[in-house]
Design a protein around this ligand. Sequence first.
Ligand SMILES: Nc1nc2c(ncn2[C@@H]2O[C@H](COP(=O)(O)OP(=O)(O)OP(=O)(O)O)[C@@H](O)[C@H]2O)c(=O)[nH]1
Ligand SMILES: [Mg+2]
Length: 297
Amino acid sequence: MKDNSFKSGFAAIIGAPNVGKSTLLNRVLGEKLAIVSPKPQTTRNRILGVYHGDNFQICFMDTPGIHSTRTVLHKSMVTSALEAVREVDLLVFVIDITYPFDEGAEIILKEIKKRELPVLLVINKIDRTLPEKILPVIEKYAGLFQFVSIIPVSALTGEGIESLIEEIKKNLQQGPEYFPKDMISDQPDTFLAAEIIREKIFINTKREIPYSSAVIITSMSENPEKRLLSIHASIHVETESQKGIIIGKGGAMIKKIGEAARHELERLFGIHMFLELQAKVDKNWTKDTKALKKLGY
Ligand SMILES: Nc1nc2c(ncn2[C@@H]2O[C@H](COP(=O)(O)OP(=O)(O)OP(=O)(O)O)[C@@H](O)[C@H]2O)c(=O)[nH]1
Ligand SMILES: [Mg+2]
C-alpha cells in the first residue's frame, strides 16, 4: 500500500579527516558499519548506512575526509566525498570542537556555498571540551553559512544524537522507502571483512604503513556443518620493506592484525572463523590509477 506521508532522503556525512564521521554513522545506526581509527584518512570509500525511523528513512553516506592533497589515492578519496555532496538531498557537515577551523572545513564551506542544499552543522567531540567553549564556535559558524541547524554532539557518548535525527527528519521531503526495514547497508560481507582487517592495520602500524596498505579478500566460504567461515585475504603494500613490517619479527605483526580482525569479525558475523592473511608487494599502488581501481578505489 502506498503511504504518501512517508519521508526519506540521502544525507552525506562530510568533514575534514578524523573529525568522527564514521564514529557518528556507527553511533546513529547502533552498528559498526564503518571502520574507525585515531589516524586521519581512515575511510576510503563511501559507505551507506540506513536509519529506519517511524514513517521516515535517512540514507546516510559516510565519506572520506576532505583535505587538500596531491597523492593519487587521496585525490580519489576526496573526489568520492565531493561527488557525494552533489548526489544527496542534505548534508551533515561534521567538525571537531577541539580543532574547529581547519583547511578541510574551508574547502567544504566553499563547496556548500556553491549548492542549494540544506546543511546541518554537527559539532562533534563535545565530551572533550568545556561547555562554554561551544557557543563561540556556533556563533562563528553561524556567521559563515546559513545552516538549517547546528547541533553539538558526542559520537562517542551518544549525547545529542537524538536531536540530530530529529533535525534531519524536519528537513526530509516526502519520498519512497528506498530500502527495506531489515536492510541497513548495501555493503557486501567481503567489503566489511576487508575493512575490518584494514582497521587493524591502521591501529597497529605506524608512519606510512596504514597509508600504503590495501586489503583484498581472495576467498570467503562457509562450512555450515562445522559452523566455520574461512576467509583468505591479501594485504597489499608498496615496497618489500613495508611487507617486512607488516609481517613483523617471526610473523608477529601479521598474526596480531589477523587475531584482532578475526575476533571482531566473529562477533560481527556470529560464526567461528578461520582467517589467513598474506602480505604482497604491489609496487607504488597508491600512485597508479589502474592499481587503485584493482584495489577498489
Ligand atoms: N572523544 C571523542 N572522540 C571521538 C568522537 N568521535 C570520534 N572520536 C574519535 O576520533 C577518531 C577519528 O574517528 P573517525 O570516526 O575514524 O573519524 P572520521 O571523520 O571518520 O575520519 P576519516 O575517515 O579519516 O576521515 C577516533 O579515534 C574516534 O574514536 C567523540 O565524540 N569524542
Ligand atoms: Mg571515517
